[in-house]
Design a protein around this ligand. Structure first.
Ligand code: UD1
Length: 362
């Protein structure tokens, strides 16, 4: 079996790691195509080196641009790659523009498409990811769902007969790296200047267009973080840095200490060292849950609804709707003591993905 993975953005590289490992040492051929959607070393190269992912076989070098330019660029560039490789499966990951473009390119060439992390829904059509995931699910031949909630969404859209529950591959990689970090592997994370890793701190990220692109909202969110009672390590995504620069907004202020994104092991170590997480990232909500830290999500909804059980994750669409005291209590609340079960699977999802692709070969 020949499987061609299409990846391009940071969260896809994290998910690629366990998939590449599941194919390594088997008789299956695994081809990696990097679209180049993310190109900064912080968002791309460090994931290949840090997670032991083989270098991409093909790099499309698409880079940043409008949604149309980025999606269309990948779509056009995929044709000769797919023509040359003729894989048994094109495997696309998550919900970025690279995901949708990879799926469209494959279906137009009558190549079977499998969608990893299928069936997630925010029901928020302002999010580019929501269009990407719905369109990809409906284009794909095989829907690899991470949770039973995702299976329910797919069934509701008439896609049950293409759906297989495999679990979440993020668990595979997150728990492996957690164990390595706890075992003393790797260097201490490069936290932003001003953060003392031995003292309580919150870990924060912001990168959703709804939070970064309107200067008033961005400044108000930064002020809310700045007013929190413990130092906030803000790992600044290049989109956040670009928008802040564009609008003359300074990220570091009050208790906010801005720094660079971390490699994966650094991120896991930084979450483990934090009293809690404040974010608008989907992946980080789940990583906080898996690493037993509370999460406060700066969004009106989440695709990862399982994290909300037992108060592990709380949705705060706008911190300024809470009193300063309530906002501070919310962001710094201690980890609950309840049992969380295994809503994201047992950490063997990638092996199940490989088996499922083989069982469903055309
Ligand atoms: C993309 C995904 C989002 C995912 C996120 C993870 C889409 C629509 N969005 O958002 O779902 O959660 O990745 O990180 O696919 N930039 C750089 N260097 C880079 C990459 C980006 O400087 O290597 C800057 C550029 O200013 C660029 C901006 O970040 O215009 C946005 O990048 P883009 O890939 O369009 O979207 P993300 O916000 O990263």
């Amino acid at each position: 079996m020949k499987v061609l993975s299409v990846v391009g953005a940071r969260p896809q590289l994290v998910k690629l790691a366990p998939i590449a490992a599941a194919f390594a040492g088997t008789e299956h051929e695994h081809v990696i195509v990097h679209t180049g959607q993310h190109y900064d070393a912080d968002l791309s190269d460090v994931f290949f080196s840090g997670l032991g992912i083989p270098a991409p076989d093909v790099h499309l070098g698409i880079g940043s641009g409008s949604h149309g330019a980025q999606t269309g660029g990948v779509l056009a560039a995929m044709d000769p790659v797919l023509e040359a490789a003729r894989p048994d499966w094109v495997l696309v990951y998550g919900d970025t523009n690279s995901t949708l473009a990879g799926a469209l390119a494959a279906v137009k060439m009558h190549l079977p498409v499998a969608h990893l992390e299928a069936g997630l829904r925010s029901f928020n059509r302002r999010m580019p990811e929501e269009h990407n995931r719905i369109l990809t699910d409906h284009a794909a031949d095989l829907l690899l769902a991470p949770t039973s909630e995702a299976v329910r969404h797919l069934a509701g859209e008439g896609l049950a007969d293409r759906t297989v529950l495999v679990g979440d591959v993020m668990v595979d990689v997150c728990l492996r790296i957690r164990d390595a970090v706890r075992g003393g592997g790797g260097e201490a994370p490069a936290l932003p200047d001003g953060i003392d890793p031995a003292a309580p701190y919150l870990l924060a990220t912001l990168h959703r267009p709804d939070n970064t692109d309107d200067p008033e909202r961005l400044a108000a969110l930064l002020d809310a973080l700045a007013a929190l009672p413990v130092p906030v390590a803000l790992l600044a995504h290049p989109r956040l840095v670009a928008r802040a620069e564009q609008h003359g907004i300074t990220l570091s202020r009050g208790n906010v200490h801005a720094g660079r994104p971390l490699p994966y092991a650094g991120l896991v170590a930084a979450v483990l060292g934090a009293v809690g997480v404040v974010t608008d990232s989907g992946g980080l909500q789940k990583e906080a849950f898996l690493l037993e830290r509370t999460c406060t999500t700066i969004r009106p909804e989440t695709e990862w609804v399982e994290t909300l059980t037992g108060d592990w994750n709380r949705l705060v669409p706008d911190p300024h709707l809470l009193s300063p005291a309530d906002w501070a209590r919310c962001a710094t609340r201690p980890a609950p003591k309840n049992e969380r079960g295994l809503p994201y699977g047992d950490g063997k999802a990638a092996l199940r993905v490989a088996e499922t692709l083989e069982q469903h070969l055309r």
